[in-house]
Design a protein around this ligand. Structure first.
Ligand code: SF4
Length: 312
């Protein structure tokens, strides 16, 4: 693991701070004692930090599931705008902190990551929403690893979570240090990375990512599928550092990818000893990038089909 501590945001009540609407807390001993030694927590209570008192009226989400309002349960007072204004400033601060993830308190109308109740015009709850703060956080930091506290309670997932967080931190450090980018290679790499992260989230454990930095040579983001017998990678997104500057090389196994516009090249034995098929990008245009994203999805879906066939 990286020697720099992983810095994680966390819903403050989970650390035992009495910031809930009823003056209580939701101390999570596992997160404090078991997970805590591996990370540095940055506690955030959106409701208190945006100006509400600790003893306060409980809140709920109402209206449109995709863009609900945060209102008082009895008063119907609308806190949405206040929360949004505060969140913009707080997200700027968190960006400067260099977070590599956030642990959200489940079910909260502010912090809940999924299945939060959103009430319709008749007062009927639909358990399909996302807390206001959690949604704004995800919109601002699409690359960070998100965890609902419930998911970290499975010991088998602890190592995986730490591995993922560690990888995200390495990636973030790499982005931060990459300041000279005349050909927009950095933003192309970010786009490809975001797609790969989303594919791995969708695959629910069927796809694993790793980042292999070799400073001065290549910085390699790799996707592999986790089924027994699967090949070591299905895509390799390399940032190549050479005398001409930084450029991208995206490689797949030659028998796994199509190339209707013939933009790539066969590289015999070029992908970990197997025939690779690589697309080199020195000055990536949006069209080429879209084309590559399509190739990536095609190959990932192939990986998914393989997982189903293998009964995973
Ligand atoms: S707003 Fe979030 S951090 Fe604050 S008490 Fe509610 S769940 Fe906990």
């Amino acid at each position: 693991m990286n020697s720099t501590p992983l810095k994680l945001g966390i819903s403050r009540c989970l650390l035992g701070d009495k910031v809930r609407y009823d003056g209580g807390h939701k101390l999570d001993p596992y997160l404090v004692r078991t997970f805590g030694p591996y990370v540095t927590y940055v506690p955030v209570c959106p409701e208190v930090e945006c100006g509400m008192p600790v003893q306060r009226e409980p809140l709920r989400l109402v209206g449109d599931v995709a863009a609900p309002r945060l209102v008082g349960l009895e008063s119907d007072l609308d806190h949405t705008a206040t929360m949004q204004v505060w969140a913009k400033r707080r997200l700027d601060e968190l960006e400067a902190e260099g977070l590599c993830g956030f642990i959200f308190k489940s079910k909260s109308p502010s912090c809940g990551l999924e299945r939060v109740k959103v009430y319709d015009a008749h007062g009927v709850p639909r358990p399909v929403g996302v807390g206001i703060w959690a949604r704004l956080f995800m919109q601002r930091f699409p690359l960070l690893a998100f965890q609902d506290k419930a998911r970290l309670h499975d010991a088998a997932l602890l190592e995986d979570a730490l591995k993922r967080l560690s990888m995200h931190k390495e990636l973030q450090d790499f982005y931060d240090a990459w300041t000279h980018d005349p050909h927009k290679t950095r933003s192309a790499f970010t786009t490809l990375t975001t797609e790969l992260v989303e594919l791995s989230v969708e695959a629910k454990g069927g796809i694993e990512l790793s980042f292999v930095p070799r400073p001065g040579a290549t910085y390699s983001l790799r996707g592999r599928h986790t089924a027994p017998g699967a090949r070591p990678v299905f895509v390799l997104v390399d940032v190549v550092d050479d005398a001409s500057g930084r450029w991208l090389s995206v490689c797949f196994y030659a028998d796994a990818v199509s190339d209707p516009e013939e933009l790539g090249n066969l590289v015999p034995k070029g992908l970990l000893g197997d025939d690779g098929y690589c697309f080199d990008l020195e000055n990536p245009s949006p069209g080429t990038l879209d084309y590559l994203l399509e190739r990536m999805r095609e190959v990932a879906q192939g990986a998914h089909a393989f997982l189903i066939a293998a009964g995973e």
